[in-house]
Design a protein around this ligand. Structure first.
Ligand code: NAP
Length: 488
């Protein structure tokens, strides 16, 4: 399909109660291609009234949706998996067009995103409770799980399909209705995905989509509405903190998948070629615009030079181009602001003594490209040691012993993921025990998997997505105490 033909298949309205409709205000907004700066298409721009209508629809549909048998909900997800898989090329191209990632990576995201649909189609029928006799032998304890109710799902721009399916699939499996607010910069993938969910048989009102340029004004009132029972947010720690404060007003249940500052630790006994392969994935996947992106390479001083040289040689082969081009190994950053912030961090590190072995500058337009960059001699005081880079920049800092590596790795408010390369399994396990992160890649540069619990600790968030834990975020536990059935 050509790019124009594909855009023709993307709904332009808001999805409310099973109908695509214009925004109440009549407003629309443009979605751009970050590789060219050109407008791809315009879609409806939701406001507070549309948010309210979406919550009305979700709240109304909740009771009947919760009664739909789990098997049927699972089968809708399974059909959605088949449909997304059949249209994998369309989804991949659309993500490349609106987000910028190279087509090969976009295809990888489609596979990963679809897997949440398949995984939760299977988990839908595994929700269970328990029946037991109380310790004193008198009463009976019945424990059941119920859908938490209407959910607000807010997603970021960096993984337009996977961040949506990672929330929508468990919510559907659990029997919740929902309102999705995709990121303003990449809403088209969610628009197309919502159409696929309808085609898969999702009833009206279960999934409502309100793309918007006024996130706070559109979703703020929903968070304060007592009919909303859950907020699941993926995005920056800064916005997450604000939403948590808002959610406290109604004691709203929340899941927060926030920012990261992943350490990538290379010990002196590591297989350095494997470590460089892992580093390439952990750093350059998604142009470094991933919460799981390795943000700090913490390398043993005795292998730092060899690791840096090998890593630099690989980085130098990474050509930038629009993601649809065959030569594209690294796409553009999402917008000018993000590109400028990356350059600011690089400039700050260099002025503090770091050396750019590769890259170190933005590229000329059009588009928001930044050269893949490798910095050595980075110090702990450099801003990019503590701030999320969100770009193709790899800073290397050295350590002298295990305790030093642990200290450096944990020196952050974030705690999403860490990567450790060593041939010593005991050391790997010790690192797992000492690192303050929700996830660890041991000799692995990518660990995302629909069957695993994804999530962070410290200021990287609350809750888990994926795995058997993922559906729990959309269920609440109810306990029913039953009087002694033998009492007269
Ligand atoms: P962001 O600026 O926090 O935005 C995330 C989402 O929140 C967008 O849909 C945004 O809408 C919306 N939003 C912004 N302000 C809001 C408000 N006041 N009320 C309600 N919604 C609001 O983050 P981003 O730049 O899109 O994404 C990058 C961040 O996400 C990084 O920090 C990254 O680490 C994190 N992330 C975390 C994970 C994880 O699983 N832990 C995964 C992916 C990304 P607009 O688009 O309109 O601004």
């Amino acid at each position: 399909m050509t790019e124009l033909d594909l855009l023709d298949t993307v709904p332009t309205g808001l999805l409310i109660d099973g109908q695509w409709r214009p925004a109440t205000s009549g407003k629309t907004f443009d979605v751009e291609d970050p590789a060219t700066g050109r407008v791809l298409m315009s879609i409806a721009d939701a406001g507070a009234e549309d948010g309210a209508a979406a919550l009305d629809a979700a709240a109304t549909a909740q009771a009947s949706w919760a009664k739909v048998p789990a098997r049927e909900r699972g089968e809708i997800l399974r059909r959605a998996f088949d449909l997304v898989t059949a249209r994998a090329e369309d989804f991949a191209l659309l993500m490349t067009m609106e987000m910028g990632k190279p087509l090969a990576e976009a295809r990888g995201e489609v596979t990963y995103a679809a897997e949440f649909l398949r995984w939760f189609s299977e988990e839908a029928v595994r929700v269970s409770g328990r029946y037991s006799v109380s310790p004193d032998g008198k009463s009976r304890l019945l424990v059941t799980k119920k859908p938490v109710g209407p959910c607000l799902l807010i997603t970021p721009w960096n993984f337009p399909l996977a961040m949506a399916t990672r929330k929508i699939a468990p919510a559907v499996a659990a029997g919740c209705t929902m309102i999705l607010k995709p990121a303003r910069l990449t809403p088209l993938t969610s628009q197309l995905f919502a159409a696929v969910m309808l085609e898969a048989g999702l009833p009206a009102g279960v999934l409502n989509v309100i793309s918007s340029t006024s996130a706070g004004a559109t979703t703020g009132p929903l968070i304060k509405d007592s009919r909303l029972r859950k907020l699941s947010f993926t995005g920056s720690t800064e916005v997450g903190r604000r939403l948590l404060a808002d959610a406290s007003e109604t004691v709203l249940r929340t899941s927060m998948e926030l920012g990261g500052n992943a350490p990538f630790v290379v010990f002196d006994d590591a297989d350095l070629d494997a470590a460089v392969n892992g580093a390439m994935l952990a750093k350059l996947r998604n142009m470094g615009e991933a919460c799981t992106a390795a943000n700090r390479f913490i390398v043993h001083e005795s292998v730092a030079e060899e690791f840096s040289e090998k890593f630099a040689a690989r980085m130098a082969t990474m050509t930038t181009a629009r993601g649809t081009e065959e030569t594209s190994k690294v796409g553009p950053l999402i917008d000018a602001k993000s590109r400028d912030k990356v350059h600011e961090l690089v400039t700050d590190a260099v002025s503090a003594g770091a050396t750019a072995l590769v890259g170190g500058a933005p590229e000329d337009g059009p588009g928001y490209f930044y050269q893949p960059t490798l910095l050595t001699g980075v110090t702990e005081s450099a801003r990019l040691f503590s701030e999320e880079i969100f770009g193709p920049v790899a800073p290397i800092i050295t350590f002298h012993d295990e305790a030093d590596a642990v200290r450096l790795a944990n020196k952050t408010e974030y705690g999403l993921v860490a990567y450790v390369y060593t041939r010593d399994l005991n050391r790997g396990i010790r690192m797992g025990e000492q690192l303050e992160t929700g996830m660890l890649g041991l000799n692995a540069g990518v660990i995302s998997n629909a069957a695993a619990p994804f999530g962070g600790i410290k200021q990287s968030g609350l809750g888990r997505e994926g795995g058997s834990e993922g559906i729990e975020e959309y269920l609440y536990t109810q306990y029913i105490g039953i009087a002694d059935p033998y009492a007269s």
